[in-house]
Write a protein that binds this ligand. Structure first.
Ligand SMILES: [Zn+2]
Length: 302
């Protein structure tokens, strides 16, 4: 499928993949937070392409950015890193990353997790600024966070580098308006709706024929949640599992979210209260439709 992506992210497969799969995805994983922070430190004064090309070598050299290991690096490890031609050989940057790993651990200890600490500045909500106020070198938010990071001892994370990190970690959503990822983060996040009860209105009952693909007969009830908009601006679509006859509507609990990487809308999976399904069992029931998309399943306990 032809996709519009941010203008800056076209032309190199490495860059395109980074944009499509990682950049700007709301990040809650501390290991990845530390990797992104460290890549930003390495990037100072260099092009991002240089960093992406050396990324695999840096992951290998820095123990996959395991901050606990990095916090314990000693002089002999620094000397070894400085002789590694695959990475950015800057003593200052390497020392900053080791130092930052120690500060990172302190934040984890004080705040529970680094992700939690960072998201607390925006109350967990990705920030989307109006046209003309996106993709700035820095802003008030990056200044505020950078000041706090500095206070906690971090190096190489000024307001500009911090801004880049906030973009990469999805705290600031700076995708171009036309980019296929620009709506992500604005729609309801899976973590917020998993486990909640909704009323599903069924407009494609079990056994009915797909309106535009007559060869598809719905093996499950399929409908939408009135009043909740999905990523495509239409009512949020839902697969209703656990009901083995056609029904006009049903109260159901959201068990999972199907995230389509190549589409602008997610699909929800719901079932009446007493039902649970394994990932495999859910896939089996939605495969008739999801086989045509590049989808992943997000479950309650993930
Ligand atoms: Zn984009």
């Amino acid at each position: 499928m032809e996709q519009h992506r941010c203008v800056w992210a076209n032309g190199d497969p490495l860059l395109e993949r980074y944009h499509d799969e990682e950049w700007g995805n709301p990040l809650c994983d501390d290991q990845k937070q530390f990797e992104f922070l460290s890549l930003e430190v390495m990037q100072c004064g260099l092009s991002w392409m240089t960093i992406l090309r050396k990324r695999a070598a840096m992951q290998a050299a820095f123990d996959q950015f395991d901050y606990q290991k990095i916090a314990c690096y000693r002089d002999d490890k620094i000397a070894e890193l400085l002789e590694n031609p695959g990475i950015i050989r800057s003593r200052k940057k390497i020392e900053a990353i080791i130092h930052n790993a120690k500060c990172f651990l302190k934040i984890q200890e004080a705040e529970g997790s680094f992700s939690k600490y960072l998201w607390s500045f925006v109350n967990g909500v990705p920030q989307r600024y109006p046209d003309g106020e996106r993709n700035r070198p820095y802003n008030e938010l990056s200044e505020q966070i950078s000041t706090d990071l500095k206070k906690r001892g971090f190096k190489f994370l000024g307001r500009v580098t911090t801004y880049s990190h906030l973009q990469a970690a999805g705290i600031i959503n700076d995708h171009d308006a036309a980019c296929f990822k620009s709506r992500e983060g604005q729609a309801v996040k899976p973590a917020e709706i998993l486990g909640s009860t909704v009323l599903v209105a069924v407009d494609r009952p079990l056994g009915s024929v797909h309106p535009s693909h007559p060869d598809i007969v719905y093996p499950v009830n399929y409908g939408y949640v009135p009043g909740i908009l999905g990523g495509d601006g239409e009512a949020q679509d839902v697969y209703l599992l656990g009901v083995d006859q056609p029904v006009p509507s049903c109260r159901a609990v959201i068990l999972a979210v199907v995230h389509r990487r190549d589409d602008n809308e997610d699909k929800w999976i719901a079932a009446p209260e007493r039902y649970t399904f394994s990932k495999e069992a859910i896939w089996e029931q939605v495969w008739f439709q999801e086989q045509y998309f590049d989808s992943e399943l997000i479950m309650v306990d993930e």
